[in-house]
Design a protein around this ligand. Structure first.
Ligand SMILES: Cc1cc2nc3c(=O)[nH]c(=O)nc-3n(C[C@H](O)[C@H](O)[C@H](O)COP(=O)(O)OP(=O)(O)OC[C@H]3O[C@@H](n4cnc5c(N)ncnc54)[C@H](O)[C@@H]3O)c2cc1C
Ligand code: SF4
Length: 301
């Protein structure tokens, strides 16, 4: 067991003090616990935040939808406030049992995965250390770590320009989810607690969000590639396309509408050239363009 201490937070304030000291928040544990079992969290201290009532609930406000970070994916799907496009996407995450545990905040900050990293310790020892485990090379062939965040939810929420309220110590800020994945927000990602996610009313328009994906087996396997498209009321001449699961964090591009073939092909450039998952970069690039064409056809005004 590589965790050195576990506590259950009695209040949000206590959780914020602990995370500011480097404790990791644990919500559903479906991402954190397997990493612990694989010896990837040596010496980590964990604070359980799942029971904090401030982090639960799905509410409609004047400006849109607000989802507490510890709301489970299953509870979000069941909520009458959840728009059909979001409920439909969430129903594609893992299987029913995982969705009952996995939370929205955990889905957005789940660790980036790699076939050389998310392995038992003996497997990793046999193949040697990589950049992420103290070695001097990337076993996937990259010049930097290109492990990918396999989250369907974060891809969809970046596509609709969702924002998150995140606290770190005594500070609190609301940031676009897309910006939370930028390099300058690394400290907030690592040391903060997401309190809620907001989706603006404009993004809720039915039929304006489309999601396509590649996944080997439903329920069991993580997504290999997710492409989400969104158009906005009031912006008839553009459409946004977000590529996720095959990239370190979801990347969004805004294309003119109607989108020329050359513009759609730019989705391929987002895929890294090193192979950290089971599918080759060449295949993923081709598939990204195909799926981008499909989502654009479904959402273009
Ligand atoms: C078998 C299986 C299949 C899966 N298949 C898919 C799939 O098909 N598609 C897909 O998109 N995902 C898939 N997943 C991933 C799943 O969605 C995530 O594991 C889950 O959403 C993580 O949520 P959690 O609450 O369990 O997070 P935890 O394991 O509790 O935490 C995950 C990370 O987020 C951090 N964290 C959690 N909550 C917060 C918070 N409020 N603020 C700040 N940091 C926080 C933790 O510190 C940790 O680093 C699968 C998982 C499993 C186990
Ligand atoms: S992408 Fe490379 S550096 Fe990153 S976890 Fe995989 S092998 Fe290690």
């Amino acid at each position: 067991m590589s965790i050195c201490d576990v506590r259950t937070a009695r209040s949000l304030e206590e959780a914020l003090v602990l995370t500011a000291e480097g404790w990791l928040p644990l919500a559903g544990g479906t991402d954190l616990v397997p990493r612990m079992k694989h010896g990837l969290l040596t010496g980590a201290r964990v604070v359980i935040v799942r029971g904090l009532k401030e982090l639960h609930g799905v509410h409609t406000t004047d400006t849109g939808l607000v989802v507490g970070a510890c709301t489970t994916i299953a509870d979000l799907c069941r909520s009458s406030a959840c728009p059909p496009w979001l409920g439909g996407a969430c129903a594609q995450i893992a299987g029913p049992r995982v969705r009952e545990l996995a939370t929205v905040g955990g889905a957005l900050l789940q660790e980036r995965r790699c076939r050389y990293y998310n392995r038992p310790v003996l497997w990793r020892t046999a193949s040697g250390a990589c950049l992420r485990t103290g070695g001097d090379r990337c076993l996937a062939g990259g010049d930097r770590c290109c492990a990918t965040q396999r989250s369907l939810l974060s891809t969809v929420l970046v596509a609709v320009s969702a924002s998150v309220v995140i606290s770190r110590g005594a500070e609190e800020r609301s940031v676009l989810l897309e910006d939370l994945y930028g390099p300058e927000a690394g400290a907030w990602r690592a040391g903060g607690i997401i309190r809620s996610v907001s989706i603006s009313r404009m993004a809720e328009a039915e039929g304006k969000v489309a999601v396509e994906w590649i996944r080997r087996r439903a329920s069991i396997d993580y997504h290999d590639l997710v492409v989400a498209g969104a158009s906005r009321a009031g912006s008839p001449h553009e459409v946004s396309v977000t590529v996720g699961a095959a990239v370190p964090y979801p990347r969004r591009i805004v294309l003119p509408s109607p989108a020329p073939g050359g513009a759609i092909r730019s989705a391929a450039t987002l895929i890294p050239s090193a192979q950290s998952g089971r599918l080759s970069p060449a295949y993923l690039r081709h598939a990204a363009v195909v799926l981008a064409g499909r989502v654009i056809a479904r959402v273009a005004p």
